[in-house]
Design a protein around this ligand. Structure first.
Ligand code: PLP
Length: 391
């Protein structure tokens, strides 16, 4: 058979059927596993086989199904499932870095990613240089012969700036640095990050993979060598592993992810089009719009604009009026959910940043990050248009 498409893998990859031949993936809600004999226990601790488990912090059959399915979708050799997206981001970085190492990172980051790079890694003597992720010359200037890793969000939260995965990977690989991509906004559906040069891809499964706002989860994807030799020992001993219950929801979430994300992206394009004709807004940011400065890169890298639209209401006061007038979309801070979610990043997700850092990142007081859900696009456009009319 030819290489299966992502949609087929999303439904079938990684299945481990028990002796009962169940159709739906089983939830192995067990923390431990029984050994037939003392000799078996000893042998398993020396070297566990592919279908042998020890303790849920180390691995679990349901968690393994999730890891194998998402790895197959992403075209990665292996994966390690984590308790949250941040357990995955911090685990990918902390497991491979040591005191004295140098990391280059894009500046436009999710607040917690910024905390890990700027405050946690530096506390352990890792030097971190932040650059404008859209500026290849800045990456080139910052990457040094001793740089161990580069880190970036392929599409940044919340201002939807893209980093050219292929170009930055070439610069990083010239000095043997590991390329770690937080690919949440691209989603596994539009990701081709590994073929484009990424060595490690990290997802918050809380977002589009669950896509229904139920659980936290994350995953680190990479080569078998990196996952098993570097990531697994760190994660299983420090405790950021995924719970089997969450893995069960997420493995089923993967089955419908492509349909959901494509429907959300289709609506996002329609909403961005409608909003860009609304004179009451200061700006509309959506990579699918030709007005986006990196529209061409978005099309070549993801072949889509994604499920998030950002727009500027002009001031905090106007943004709050708009938010309070929404009737369908909810005010919250998740994204990728089936429910449309409006977030004011300056006062919520990015509140922790210094005001000048927010300004530099384009996170203005009136900015709204709008995560497009599964509602009817016309209803969402009416809701937004009416709310914008109130401000
Ligand atoms: C949400 C998010 C994370 C963190 O994920 P959690 O599951 O909330 O821990 C990391 N990076 C990006 C880009 C995100 O959007």
């Amino acid at each position: 058979m030819t290489e299966l498409s992502k949609r087929t893998k999303a439904v079938h990859a990684g299945i481990r059927r028990s002796q009962y031949g169940e159709v739906a993936e089983a939830m192995y809600l067990t923390q431990g596993f029984v050994y037939e004999t003392a000799e078996d226990a000893e042998a398993r601790f020396i070297q566990s086989g592919d279908d042998e488990f020890i303790y849920a912090r180390y691995g679990n059959p349901t968690v393994r199904m999730f890891e194998e399915r998402i790895a197959a979708l992403e075209g990665a050799e292996d994966g390690f499932a984590c308790a949250s997206g941040m357990a995955a981001v911090s685990g990918a970085l902390m497991s491979m870095l040591r005191t004295g190492d140098h990391v280059v990172s894009s500046r436009a980051l999710f607040g917690s990613c910024h905390y890990v790079l700027d405050e946690v890694l530096t506390r352990f003597g890792v030097e971190v240089t932040f650059v404008d992720g859209t500026d290849l010359a800045a990456w080139k200037a910052a990457i040094r012969p001793d740089t161990k890793a580069v880190f970036f969000e392929s599409m940044s939260n919340p201002t939807l700036e893209l980093v050219d995965i292929e170009a930055v990977s070439k610069l990083a690989h010239a000095v043997d640095a590991v390329v770690i991509v937080d690919n949440v906004f691209a989603t596994p559906v539009f990701s081709d990050a590994i073929a484009q040069g990424a060595d490690v891809v990290v997802y918050s499964a809380t977002k589009h993979i669950d896509g229904q706002g139920r659980v936290l989860g994350g995953v680190i994807l990479g080569t078998r060598e990196f996952i098993r030799k570097t990531v697994e020992p760190y994660m299983k001993h420090t405790g950021g592993s995924m719970s089997p219950f969450n893995a069960w929801l997420l493995v089923k979430g993967l089955e419908t992810m492509e349909l959901r994300v494509r429907a959300q992206t289709f609506s996002a394009m329609r909403i961005a089009d409608a909003l860009s004709q609304n004179g009451a807004l200061t700006s509309v940011i959506y990579p699918g719009l030709e007005s986006h400065p990196q529209h061409d890169l978005a099309m070549s890298q993801m072949n889509a604009g994604g499920t998030i639209v950002a727009f500027d209401c002009g001031s905090k006061e106007r943004a709050f009026k708009m938010l309070n007038a929404l009737e369908i979309a909810v005010i919250s801070n998740n994204l990728g959910d089936s429910k449309s979610i409006a977030t004011p990043p300056a006062t919520t997700t990015h509140q922790r940043l210094r005001e000048e850092d927010r300004a530099e990142l384009g996170i203005t007081p009136g900015l709204i990050r709008f995560s497009v859900g599964l509602e009817d696009a016309d209803d969402l456009i009416s809701d937004l248009t009416a709310a914008i009319g109130v401000m």
